[in-house]
Design a binder for this molecule. Structure first.
Ligand code: FES
Length: 105
């Protein structure tokens, strides 16, 4: 396992990107839980953000594809608006221990 991020580096409800083997992993903290997704839209596979860590919509409510405006629910990764509605961001297996997020590899 490799440490991806300290929990203290993850603001509540706001997605952040971290480099990992196989590409960037998006982490979103919800209290003591963390969601982890591949930084790739399910319909074209594009990176979601224009700029590093610019993953959220203007209301900080959804993860947004900067290219097409698709919106993804930050706890499940489900697309709720846009061309891939009903699809989900690819989930990444993580483990939380010692106040940090860990990933295989
Ligand atoms: S690449 Fe799929 S909504 Fe932008």
């Amino acid at each position: 396992m490799r440490k991806l991020a300290d929990l203290s580096a993850l603001p509540g409800g706001i997605a952040r990107g971290f480099r990992a083997r196989g590409g960037t992993v998006i982490l979103v903290r919800h209290g003591n839980e963390v969601s982890a997704f591949r930084d790739a839209c399910p319909h074209l596979g594009l990176d979601l953000a224009w700029n590093p860590d610019a993953y959220m919509d203007v209301d900080n409510e959804y993860i947004q594809c900067a290219t097409h405006g698709a919106l993804f629910e930050p706890t499940t990764g489900e697309c709720v608006f846009g061309p891939c509605i009903g699809d989900r961001l690819g989930a990444v297996a993580i483990e939380i221990k010692d106040d940090a997020v860990w990933i295989d590899g």
